[in-house]
Design a protein around this ligand. Structure first.
Ligand code: COA
Length: 170
């Protein structure tokens, strides 16, 4: 159950100075969970390239409380081939101390509105199939399950199924 969202939280576009805090939020998920199938923490140089991507037509949003980022959401290209250019893939990462407070939902709703206003047609999420929090977050933001890819990932010595969820934007 989601509690009410603290009114002190605001949403804005990611800025270069957010990079290190957001890298730490992401790397916590890399090291402690199957939320991402990255196996190694992201380096500062990789984070610079990530910031460049999300300062482009594939923006990122950050939730801020008391001037500190507490979570973020981004859209990324779905596939490199040009015929897929109207489709994006989303990511949402919330600092563990601020999870289950409605921040993920607030960010994803803003992100989908942003992606829609940019003219993207469809948004895809790949979610490890037993990740109840992310599945529920996406279902409650209007995504629907379109399939499951079996044992396509491997982390912490286990095979992982990936759920594919989709939300049409236009
Ligand atoms: C998944 C994640 C982004 C959810 O963000 P959050 O701020 O904790 O979620 P919210 O509080 O906005 O809740 C959104 C919905 O998910 C549900 N939810 C959240 N955490 C849950 C959990 N652990 N188990 C079941 N449902 C959960 C909420 O009840 C809410 O449902 P509702 O909209 O039907 O009321 C967050 O847990 C997170 O950052 N996890 C680590 C990184 C990650 O897994 N990212 C997603 C990669 S695919």
């Amino acid at each position: 159950m989601t509690s009410s969202i603290p009114t002190s939280i605001s949403i804005r576009h990611i800025q270069p100075q957010d990079g290190e805090v957001l890298r730490q939020i992401y790397n916590h998920a890399v090291l402690s969970s199957t939320a991402t199938l990255d196996l190694e923490p992201r380096t500062p140089r990789e984070q610079e390239r990530w910031l460049e991507l999300h300062s482009s037509i594939y923006p990122g949003l950050v939730a801020v409380q008391n001037d500190s980022p507490i979570g973020y959401a981004t859209i990324s290209p779905f596939r490199p081939r040009a015929g897929y250019n109207s489709t994006v893939e989303d990511s949402v990462y919330i600092d563990p101390e601020h999870q289950r407070q409605g921040v993920g939902r607030m960010l994803l709703e803003h992100l989908l509105a942003t992606a829609t206003s940019l003219g993207f047609h469809s948004c895809i999420a790949h979610i490890v199939a037993d990740h109840r929090a992310s599945l529920q977050l996406h279902l409650s933001c209007g995504f629907r399950l379109v399939g499951v890819e079996h044992e396509i990932g491997r982390k912490f010595g286990k095979w992982l199924d990936m759920a594919i969820l989709q939300r049409q934007l236009h």
